[in-house]
Design a protein around this ligand. Structure first.
Ligand code: SIN
Length: 291
């Protein structure tokens, strides 16, 4: 990331040298002027994950803020809040055991023909410590591969399926899944392994656990390459870590980032409200891999 640009109407505090920023001083429950909306969009393109601190959002205000980023993407696997089809409440109770919602490096709903542009998460209740979320920058993951490996990977196509993600979600206690989600999640969708970002044109490495194989290869042949790319994508120096506070609203680019919820808060409650924003189909990058 280059030096932080200046924005009117709020201050930014970067979360790491690779991505992410806290946004201080913007009140999203007040009127959002076109200038403020433009600056938020610019900060989003620059940092990829923004965390607005100290927001008091009810669901109607949250809905208004979400629409700044685009329409709802649809979510065929989680049971939504009554009257608010775009929102899911994720609750981890103090004594609840079992896996954590989002507790692995992943991308949300990448098996859509047009994967969601963004995911938003609003912290209603958080543990006194722990329960952070990590993010990894897939632009940097691509740019830091060796030219030889970039040459091998450029032009490949990933086959995505939500079947595994649905299975993991169905086993969780924190959210309810839609019964028919099994069927929907079986669909296989192809995306370039190295797409061009629909808004910025910058290439990124589009790997996550929904990629079940590489087109033209068996699952067994694909696995070692996909595992190695996931490892490259989650190197510590491509990441940032967000420590939540009640009233924090985060929005991240769900295409060019991976995220990972950390389940390290036994005996505490954590309540988050999540939504996803519609995206576009991902065009393949035109790559000069050696550049
Ligand atoms: C998610 O994976 O969408 C949730 C992340 C979190 O709860 O921190």
């Amino acid at each position: 990331m280059e030096t932080s640009p200046k924005f009117r109407g709020f201050q930014v505090v970067p979360l790491s040298g690779s991505l992410g920023a806290e946004i201080i001083g913007a009140d999203l429950s007040a009127e959002i002027t076109p200038e403020l909306a433009r600056d938020i969009a610019a900060a989003f393109r620059h940092f990829h994950i923004l965390c607005f601190r100290d927001q008091a959002l009810d669901l109607d205000t949250y809905r208004k803020v979400a629409r700044l980023f685009g329409p709802f993407s649809g979510n065929p696997i989680h049971v939504a809040l009554p009257g608010y089809p775009e929102f899911v409440r994720v609750v981890k109770e103090p004594q609840q055991d079992g896996p954590t919602f989002g507790g692995n490096w992943h991308t949300d709903l990448s098996w859509f023909e047009a994967p969601p542009k963004a995911t938003m998460l609003y912290a209603e209740e958080v543990p006194p410590y722990g329960g952070d979320t990590m993010f990894a920058n897939l632009h940097l993951a691509w740019e830091r591969l060796s030219p030889t490996l970039r040459g091998m990977v450029a032009g490949l196509t990933g086959v995505h399926s939500g079947y595994g993600a649905y299975g993991v979600n169905a086993a969780l206690k924190s959210v309810k899944v839609v019964d028919e989600g099994w069927e929907v999640s079986r669909a296989e969708v192809e995306h370039p392994l190295v797409p061009r970002h629909p808004e910025t044109g910058r290439e990124f490495l589009f790997v996550n656990p929904n990629v079940v194989r590489i087109k033209g290869m068996t699952e067994a042949e694909s696995r070692p390459l996909l595992d190695m790319l996931m490892q490259a994508a989650t190197r510590m120096d491509t990441t940032c870590r967000l420590a939540w506070r009640a009233g924090s609203l985060a929005v991240w680019d769900n295409r060019c980032l991976l995220h990972h919820a950390i389940g390290d808060y036994p005996n505490f409650r954590r309540v988050m409200v999540r939504t996803t924003i519609a995206g576009d189909r991902l065009p393949a990058a035109k790559i000069n891999a050696a550049a």
